[in-house]
Every structure is written in structure tokens, then in C-alpha cells.
Unconditional design. Structure first.
Length: 373
């Protein structure tokens, strides 16, 4: 591919009802423009899941970004990653030159608790919120592979430790296995500290054709699919087959495999999410994802750190911003700019974002992006 990420930026993540969506966007976009060393773009691909009509244009006008194509996308948790996917392919095709990708969410204005699927989906009609869906996935995983589901707590411990090194993360306190398992049960077997938190944030990236800059990060592949029909023919936990299918396309496009990656940022909205993602991406055999955590393979200092940012479990999950925050972390890592959480000699990274919520299919959409320094 011939597209590069010139610059990235994010706001802080957290419950920030005192900050407007305009303020969050200004922080992220200003940082991304300064990082990219540009002052204009030809188009914008932006995403928000729960924002009202015109939210993106309303925010961008305060930065003077007007009079150009602004396209708003929504793909559940994969919204920001989908904006990047569209921007990269727009650059590749020559449709636009410099493109701004933006993701935004102000969750605290919409939710006091967990997100519930739409009322006209079977899960929503039954009151089955996302923690319940992932709790069922964890139970299915335990049944399939006969693993001790208490070990899922190790994912939260690892990612909270990583997040303690991330000054932009919502949760910077380290926790123990006892803390995680002793926290309130939310959706068996998932306790409170195994669930991500709602968050307010914005994240941005500037994409363009390859240029003569050592700081630019090459997009080696970016692939998107929506889930197939989800029915009795699948033996895997929800979302696995979608992630696996997208990963196969991404590895083929990049000409690389999971063993070639120095780090991963994956969608750990719940602890089980990281485990199934690492298996779907081919980093571990089926049923062996927890072994990666138990042996230290995926922690900072291990062979292939997963979620050095702290992931959604520590950074927080502002739906529209999450995918681009993952991209920002990968860019900082590949430049050697990640500070105390820097992965040694990082040259390649994979980013996976899973969007769920629509009943009847194996996920709204999944985006996997492979980056190289």
C-alpha cells in the first residue's frame, strides 16, 4: 500500500462531562495537525456512534475545517477504525491527498451504565446489555476449551499495569488478581474490573501518500468486513469468525503474519475479548490465548506485548474514538515515542477493533490494520 499516517492526536480519556465535544475534538485534531506538520486537509472521514446529527461538522467548524467533503461513518466500536479504512483507500485511489480521520464520543451524556443493544434487536428486547453478551462468550469459551475462567483476571491485571504508564488513560491504578475477582460480579464470569468503562474522548489521525519523512508510519494493510449470519453452524464464541476472516485478509495483504508483529493493540472491551482476539489473529492456537498472558508473552517486556496502551480496560472506551486511539498508540510505539510503556525496537504493529451490537450477525464490523515503521 502507498498510504502513510503523518500524525496522530488524542484527548485524555475518562468521564469528562465538564468537557464539550468541541473541546475534545479541538485537542485531538490540533495535536494531529501539529504532529503531521500540515495545516490543511482535502477531506475528512469521521465517526461517532451516539452523537447527534451534525456533531462532526459542528465541532470541525471551530477549527476552520469547512468547505471540504466531510463524511461521517458509524460502525459501533469499530467506527474510528472504519474512518481510517476509508481514508487510506481514498488516498490509495488518488481521490484525495491529505485526509483527516476523526473519532469522537461523549458517553457520559448518554449513559449512566452499560450500553444496551437496540430495542428492536432480540438482545435489546431481552434487556441483554453488552456485558451479558461477552459473559456468554466467556462461558462458551470455558466450555469449549475447559479452561479456568478465573485466569481471565490476568488480562485485567496486565492491562491495568500497562495503563498505569499511560498518562492519557482513564484508569491508572494497578490491580491484583484478588482485586479483579473480588470486584462486583457484572455478568458471570465477568466481574466489574473485567469490563471497560464508558468514556469521553476524541482521537485523530492524518493520512496521506508516502512522503520523505522518517516519522511517517506506513499502512501495510487495512481490512474491513461485517459479520456473517450468526447461527447454530458456528461453534466459536461470538465475533471469533469475523475477526479471523479479517485477519486472514490483512496478513495476506501485508505479506506478513502474526509472528512478524512486535506489538498488538486489540479490542479488550472485556477480558475475554483480548483472549479471543489473539487467537483469531493467529497469535495463539484455539484455547491457548490465556497461556500468552500467563507466560508473560503479551506483557510489556514480553516477546509480543498486547495492549501496551492499557487497552480499553484501562484507557477507557469512548466508542467512536477507540479505534483511532489504538492507531495513535501504535504510531507512538513505532516511532519510539511511547515513554515508560515503550516496546523495545518496535517496527511492526497490528491493530484490531471489533464492533458489535446488531443481533443476527457475527459483529457489525471488524477492522484490522497492519502498520510498519
Amino acid at each position: 500500500m502507498n498510504a502513510s499516517i503523518y500524525g496522530v492526536g488524542t484527548s485524555m480519556f475518562g468521564r469528562q462531562p465538564h468537557l464539550s465535544d468541541v473541546s475534545l475534538v479541538q485537542q485531538a485534531v490540533t495535536e494531529a495537525f501539529e504532529d503531521a506538520e500540515i495545516d490543511r486537509v482535502d477531506a475528512v472521514f469521521a465517526g461517532t456512534v451516539f452523537g447527534v446529527t451534525g456533531t462532526i461538522q459542528r465541532c470541525l467548524q471551530t477549527l476552520g475545517i469547512v468547505g471540504i467533503p466531510i463524511v461521517t461513518v458509524e460502525n459501533a466500536c469499530a467506527t474510528g477504525s472504519t474512518a481510517l479504512f476509508e481514508a487510506v483507500h481514498a488516498v490509495e485511489s488518488g481521490r484525495y491527498e491529505n485526509v483527516l480521520c476523526l473519532g469522537l464520543e461523549t458517553m457520559t451524556t448518554h449513559f449512566a451504565g452499560p450500553i444496551t443493544p437496540a430495542y428492536n434487536d432480540s438482545e435489546g428486547a431481552a434487556g441483554l446489555a453488552m456485558p451479558g453478551i461477552y459473559g456468554l462468550a466467556a462461558s462458551r469459551y470455558g466450555h469449549l476449551y475447559d479452561v479456568d475462567l478465573d485466569d481471565l483476571a490476568l488480562v485485567a491485571v496486565k492491562n491495568r499495569a500497562h495503563g498505569s504508564l499511560n498518562p492519557r488513560a482513564q484508569h491508572g491504578r494497578q490491580v491484583t488478581v484478588e482485586d479483579v475477582l473480588g470486584s462486583r460480579m457484572v455478568a458471570e464470569p465477568l466481574t466489574l474490573l473485567q469490563c471497560c468503562d464508558i468514556s469521553d474522548a476524541a482521537a485523530a489521525a492524518v493520512v496521506g501518500p508516502k512522503r520523505n519523512s522518517k516519522r511517517d508510519i506506513s499502512v501495510l494493510a487495512t481490512e474491513l468486513q461485517s459479520g456473517k449470519l450468526w447461527d447454530h453452524r458456528s461453534n466459536h464464541p461470538w465475533g471469533f469468525e469475523l475477526m479471523q476472516s479479517v485477519a486472514e485478509d490483512a496478513w495476506k495483504k501485508a505479506g506478513l503474519g502474526p509472528g512478524d508483529m512486535d506489538l498488538f493493540e486489540v479490542h479488550d472491551a472485556f477480558t475475554i475479548g483480548e483472549v479471543t482476539a489473539t487467537e483469531a489473529l493467529g497469535l495463539a492456537p484455539l484455547g491457548q490465548g490465556l497461556e500468552l498472558v500467563k507466560t508473560g508473552h503479551t506483557k510489556l517486556g514480553g516477546k509480543q506485548p498486547v495492549n501496551p496502551s492499557g487497552g480499553l480496560l484501562s484507557r477507557g472506551h469512548a466508542l467512536g474514538a477507540t479505534g483511532l486511539a489504538q492507531i495513535a498508540e501504535a504510531v507512538w510505539q513505532l516511532r519510539g515515542e511511547a515513554g515508560a510503556r515503550q516496546v523495545d525496537n518496535a517496527r511492526t504493529a497490528a491493530v484490531e477493533t471489533m464492533g458489535g451490537g446488531a443481533a443476527g450477525i457475527d459483529g457489525n464490523g471488524c477492522v484490522i490494520t497492519i502498520l510498519g515503521a
